[in-house]
Unconditional design. Structure first.
Length: 184
């Protein structure tokens, strides 16, 4: 019953097209992770990674690896949005990574899997045969999840008491969703 109150909104950004709502300009920096012996992943990181990699496996695309650099960059960004913007969507238009974000409210914290599932659900409106999306849908959030040339993932979440809102942001490196290019 509580779950039914959750409203997930999905926004997608990519180098060639913009589908979303933006709130603020934020500069985010991170460098590729070359650490050969990363620390064990948190429960949230594993859930983000598993839900992405399940969607990728379904279409024969190799798994993403977790990037602490990207995760730190998303953590800084969602913290900024929480402190300054009441967990509104971030302005991702000038970022150098691919990015997906989701906003959910209704008194139930949005889990990593719920956020990723909201992106993957756009698969229902995506036609791989001609790389097109049905009108009024944002398949870009799905195609970034399964973008073959994206190799690294990092995600962060913040919760705001106002609206009981959860903001989830994931970064992808290299970015996906080049216009005219098929994800896989
Ligand atoms: C988002 O950032 C870009 C680039 O910094 C800027 O041009 C744009 O106006 C911003 N959008 C909003 C809604 O603030
Ligand atoms: C990420 O943040 C953690 C905690 O602040 C820090 O210990 C770690 O060195 C950072 N990693 C990278 C690659 O920036
Ligand atoms: C793409 O293909 C689907 C069916 O495979 C079709 O319904 C849709 O109209 C096509 N879209 C475009 C833009 O050609």
């Amino acid at each position: 019953m509580a779950l039914a109150l959750v409203a997930l909104v999905v926004v997608s950004i990519c180098p060639g097209s913009f589908h979303g709502v933006s709130a603020v300009s934020v500069s985010v920096t991170a460098t590729p992770n070359i650490n050969p012996s990363p620390a064990p992943l948190s429960t949230a990181a594993r859930e983000f990674l598993e839900s992405h990699n399940q969607a990728r496996a379904q279409v024969g695309v190799a798994p993403l690896i977790w990037s602490e650099n990207l995760a730190n960059a998303t953590s800084r960004l969602v913290r900024y949005q929480r402190i300054n913007k009441g967990c509104e969507f971030a302005n991702l238009t000038s970022g150098k990574y691919g990015a997906n974000q989701s906003w959910g409210s209704g008194g139930v914290a949005v889990t990593p899997r719920m956020a990723v599932d909201s992106w993957v659900n756009e698969k229902n409106y995506y036609h791989h045969s001609n790389n097109s999306c049905e009108p009024n849908h944002m398949c870009g959030v799905y195609t970034q999840v399964v973008w073959r040339k994206s190799l690294e993932l990092g995600c962060g979440q913040a919760f705001c008491n106002k609206d009981q809102a959860t903001l989830t942001i994931c970064f992808y490196n290299p970015p996906g969703n080049y216009v005219g290019e098929s994800p896989y």
